[in-house]
Design a protein around this ligand. Structure first.
Ligand code: AHR
Length: 319
């Protein structure tokens, strides 16, 4: 247990490289990895896909990539196709937390190791996947709430734009945010609805929040990702209000467009969620191929960025 924890911390902080060239260890045979992506719903997701494809190409891995367009059944179909093709490793970011056990059991029966990236699954059987690489979403929610406490104070009427219903980031970010709010009874969530992690839906839902009887009381927006916040910012402006001032905005991801919005004074804070998981994913694939031990959990390292530091920090943004 202690060893697993040490490995996780080392992998999370130092980006441990477990392997080397991906062709040599299989006796010249190219490693084949199936990756079932959720879709392209946000800038974060596009950066994540790009990181995975670029890293696979750099390591000369034969990557079979599938885009599920937000549908769990498409991800399941893709995973079944990877099993039929007999890939060496299957990796995926589960769109929602539940409903994966049957297909994960099929992977296990076929003897194909599974890596989860970005999002976790809800299962009682730990043998169904080898490792989970990704952020601590509960902590991200806490960080967003701590920013509200620090910058807005102990009294606020908060509107919340949640991510995809049933997804790990939507469940966990809400949990972390509310955990902090419990200690500050004056901070109230007065509107909460899913904006499905997209700009268009974020805008649409924020419009309806602002038109509702409670609309005029909203002075803080917590969006589970930057894309929804960016859509909502448009809605706030169209309602004749100043985003970043009349309605303070905090969101999660740290994509370039969020930094641009901070520089423009329209977004107040973004909590980073690192999408550049390609190197860690293929380090894990290399470790599996080399039959090396893997930590069960690899947590990515992340920060919080406020408006005041955006102009400088944007220069170093990679996504
Ligand atoms: O799972 C990570 C989340 O999914 C990101 O916060 C969001 O932008 C994405 O679509």
């Amino acid at each position: 247990m202690k060893r697993v924890l040490i490995l996780a911390i080392v992998a999370a902080t130092a980006g441990v490289v477990f392997g080397g060239d991906s062709q040599d260890r299989t006796g010249g045979k190219q490693i084949r990895v199936g990756f079932a992506q959720i879709g392209a719903e946000s800038d974060w997701r596009k950066a994540n896909t790009e990181s995975i494809k670029a890293e696979a190409a750099a390591r000369k891995i034969d990557l079979k990539f599938s885009d599920a367009q937000q549908k769990q059944e498409n991800q399941i179909k893709a995973i079944r196709a990877f099993i039929a093709q007999g890939v060496d490793v299957i990796a995926f970011s589960p769109v929602v937390e539940t409903g994966w056990e049957p297909v994960l059991k099929e992977c296990k029966r076929a003897g194909i190791p599974v890596i989860l990236t970005d999002r976790a699954v809800d299962t009682q059987d730990p043998s169904l996947y080898l490792t989970f690489i990704g952020a601590d979403f509960v902590e991200e929610g806490r960080r967003a709430a701590n920013w509200v406490v620090k910058s807005v104070g102990d009294k606020a009427n908060i509107a919340e734009l949640q991510g995809t219903p049933g997804s790990a980031p939507a469940i966990d970010r809400k949990k972390g945010f509310e955990e902090v709010l419990k200690q500050h009874p004056g901070l109230k969530i007065i509107k909460s609805q899913s904006g499905e992690f997209t700009r268009a839906k974020g805008k649409e839902v924020m419009e309806s929040f602002l038109k509702s009887p409670e609309g005029k009381q909203i002075n803080v927006l917590f969006a589970h990702n930057d894309d929804m916040a960016l859509g909502a910012i448009q809605a706030i402006e169209e309602a004749g209000l100043k985003p970043g001032a009349d309605v303070k905005v905090v969101s999660i991801d740290g994509v370039r467009a969020a930094f641009e919005a901070m520089v423009a004074g329209k977004l107040n804070c973004t909590v980073e969620c690192n999408p550049l998981l390609g190197p860690q994913l293929f380090d894990a694939v290399d470790a599996i191929m080399a039959k090396k031990e893997l930590p069960r959990r690899i947590v990515t390292k992340e920060s919080v960025f406020e408006q005041s530091e955006a102009a400088t920090a944007i220069k170093d943004r990679k996504y």
